[in-house]
Write a protein that binds this ligand. Structure first.
Ligand code: C2E
Ligand code: CA
Ligand code: CA
Length: 644
């Protein structure tokens, strides 16, 4: 006779009730893995219950009928097999999204569980697994170890599966499932050797808790405050739809002045606004779920071939009206929100959920940057462009991490001496597949993502290293122009950090000229202080790309610029006989004590004419493109006659 210990099964029963309550209370993304998980909780609940009931029935001896004993035991064992199967299917759904039925391996997945359940259900007649002896009670049959064998079978299958397709799983998923299956094996062994402890339900429950905490916690998938799903659910749902060959269309909404809004209101109000937007979208269209992707971006997903452009138009229309909601302090807030709306039709090719999320983010970011607050359709071309951009972003991140950014130097010619006396440092990003990526692509990107801060300091470091290593000053190079982005100037310690770099390389600060554009000058207050510190230390300043913006000349002359670089468009318009502004600009700047560099000098004719006009310096392809450091040194030696 066994002396049954109900404690473990009782605890398992309670825990499963609590788990079920909390899991079912929250929204769950419509993914197969979540269905398996809730199935698992139900099965465990029933398993713990029948574990207790059957033991009680056995304890009661002859006072309980044989039928009740067999029935509760059969249900208990079948539920155990069900749990194993669900746990296996759960593992499988994490790494593979195909419908099980499409598999030729179908029989490997379902048949063993089905056969063993059949064995348990027929056991009252066969007594193969166990039988209930009128005197001794519960007794093992010849196939008693079958459940341990089945446990090993599904554990093994799961481990093989995760080993084959581990690339589709996150590290967290892999670790969790490995731990869970190890515990399941231990549980089966305990049941085999100590059946009276009724521990198997608790052990299964332990696995469920581990999965709940690590993978199924609803807070991982949605925001409690706004009731919106997050980008993890978004990528998972897309991934699943892709694997099952379902087409997806997406309406993406980006709040354009989100950062300002966040600064003006408290975080509760921001959450309420998000909630309000989601509610309005739900009212406008029949959407299955709205995802909040962070940074004021929403995505509304539609699975299937239907066109939802009309919905996108209605969504955009809603932003013409104010958003009115009550803050938690009872204050009524009414705001107008500028939104960019992008629509991705179902025909577009998507290769992964993460990629689609990045494409949406970069499209909305693009629209915000270009101040487009309309509705745009992401067609195949736009999609390819955004894919390229997000790829470049990854390449840039990697290059910064590995310190792979190259710096090339474009010579600057001096009219007075007829020599190359300076150069502009231009960054180059190389990728094995894409070749050299143009700075026009990656610099604006780095400015948005903030990578420009690191990039800027790397360029300065490399330039200083080059100046020192090659002895550029001894070669007759008076200074190197280094570009400074507006975004870099937001760093309050920029000047100090730059001087540290320059000095640590043993370079004279006078060898560095920082190029800033008019847009940087616009933000005077931030910049003034930085410029003063750097200028006091001896660093020079040039005004870059003059002629493409709308300058405030009073502001410009108030700053210690020694050089103005006329943008190539100004130079070209002069040589295309479109206007004579170049002559006036030269005169105006020189009269005010500034020297002038003409950019984009491409022909001998241009070079000669600019000399005639008295333009101080020239830069352009006529002299040379930007060159890697060694080529630059060679070029300067050749050009300057090698006598230095
Ligand atoms: P920019 O400062 O105006 O630099 C001059 C750009 O004009 C360079 O393009 C140069 O290769 C190109 N260029 C020079 N001469 C000629 C010419 O005769 N004809 C034509 N068609 N183009 C000419 P690049 O290297 O592609 O750089 C583009 C822009 O990227 C730069 O424009 C600059 O604003 C930015 N940039 C490049 N490197 C850096 C960097 O390290 N930091 C920052 N903040 N910006 C950078
Ligand atoms: Ca420049
Ligand atoms: Ca320029």
């Amino acid at each position: 006779m066994f002396n049954w210990n109900y404690d473990f099964a009782g605890v398992a029963l309670c825990i499963n009730c609590v788990l079920l309550f909390f899991y079912k209370r929250n929204h769950v993304v419509p993914l197969r893995q979540h269905n398996y998980f809730s199935g698992l909780i139900y099965a465990e609940l029933l398993m713990a219950l029948t574990d207790i009931l059957s033991s009680m029935a056995l304890d009661a001896g002859n006072r309980t009928s044989l039928f009740v004993k067999y029935l509760s035991l059969s249900v208990f064992f079948s539920m155990y097999v069900g749990c194993l199967l669900l746990l296996f299917l759960y593992t499988k759904s994490l790494c593979d999204y195909h419908s099980v039925r499409q598999y030729p391996l179908f029989s490997f997945f379902y048949l063993p569980a089905g056969a063993v359940i059949g064995l348990y259900l027929s056991n009252p007649f066969t007594g193969l697994v166990y039988f209930i002896d009128p005197v001794i009670g519960y007794t093992a049959g010849p196939l008693y170890e079958i459940f341990a064998a089945l446990t090993l079978y599904y554990s093994f299958l799961s481990l093989v599966l995760t080993a084959i397709v581990h690339k589709r799983m996150t590290k967290e998923q892999l670790l969790t499932m490995h731990v869970v299956w190890t515990i399941v094996i231990v549980g089966a062994l305990v049941r085999l050797f100590m059946p009276e402890q009724l521990m198997v339900s608790l052990i299964m429950t332990l696995c469920t808790i581990i999965i709940f905490i690590n993978l199924e916690n609803p807070d991982l998938y949605w925001n409690r405050m706004t009731g919106l799903f997050n980008d993890l659910s978004f990528t998972e749902v897309i991934q699943k739809s892709m694997y099952s060959n379902k087409r997806i269309s997406v309406i993406c909404i980006g709040i354009k002045n989100y950062d300002e809004f966040k600064m003006s209101y408290d975080s509760v109000a921001v959450s309420l606004l998000r909630k309000e937007i989601a509610k309005a979208m739900n009212d406008i269209m029949d959407c299955q779920s709205i995802y909040y992707l962070g940074h004021g971006r929403f995505a509304i997903l539609f699975i299937g071939d239907d066109d939802h452009l009309g919905d996108a138009e209605m969504a955009y229309d809603r932003f013409r009206r104010p958003w009115i909601f009550e803050s938690d302090r009872g204050r009524t807030i009414s705001v107008y929100i500028n939104a960019s709306v992008a629509y991705l039709p179902a025909s577009t090719n998507i290769t992964s959920g993460g990629q689609l999320r990045d494409v949406i983010a970069s499209k909305l970011m693009d629209m915000a940057r270009q101040d487009i607050s309309g509705l745009k359709i992401i067609d195949e071309k736009a999609m390819q462009k955004q894919i390229y951009i997000s790829r470049v972003e990854a390449i840039l991140d990697k290059a910064l991490e590995l310190d792979n950014i190259e710096v090339w130097y474009q010579p600057i010619y001096d009219r007075k001496t007829g020599r190359i006396i300076a150069a502009e440092a231009l960054s180059r990003l190389h990728d094995d597949q894409l070749g050299y990526i143009r700075p026009d692509v990656f610099i604006p990107l780095a400015e948005i993502t903030g990578a420009i801060t690191i990039l800027g300091s790397r360029v300065l470091e490399k330039t200083c290293d080059f100046i020192r290593r090659q002895g550029l000053a001894e070669m007759g190079i008076e200074y190197i122009e280094v570009n400074l982005s507006p975004a870099q100037c937001r760093d309050e310690n920029l000047a100090v950090k730059m001087l540290e770099v320059i000095e640590s390389h043993g370079v004279s600060p006078g060898m560095i000229n920082l190029e800033v554009t008019e847009s940087t000058v616009e933000d005077m207050n931030q910049l003034k202080q930085q410029i003063r510190i750097l200028h006091d230390a001896g660093v020079g300043f040039s005004l870059d790309d003059y002629g493409v913006g709308y300058s405030n000349l009073v502001k410009i002359f108030a700053l210690p610029f020694s050089l103005v670089k006329l943008d190539k468009t100004v130079v070209w318009s002069y040589f295309n006989n479109e206007n004579k502004i170049l002559e006036d600009l030269l005169a105006m700047f020189q009269k005010n004590g500034l020297q002038v560099v003409a950019e984009g000098v491409e022909t001998e004719l241009m070079a000669e004419k600019l000399n005639e006009l008295g333009c101080d310096f020239q830069q352009g392809f006529w002299y040379s493109e930007a060159l890697p450091d060694k080529d630059f040194v060679r070029y300067v030696r050749d050009f300057n006659g090698n006598e230095k």
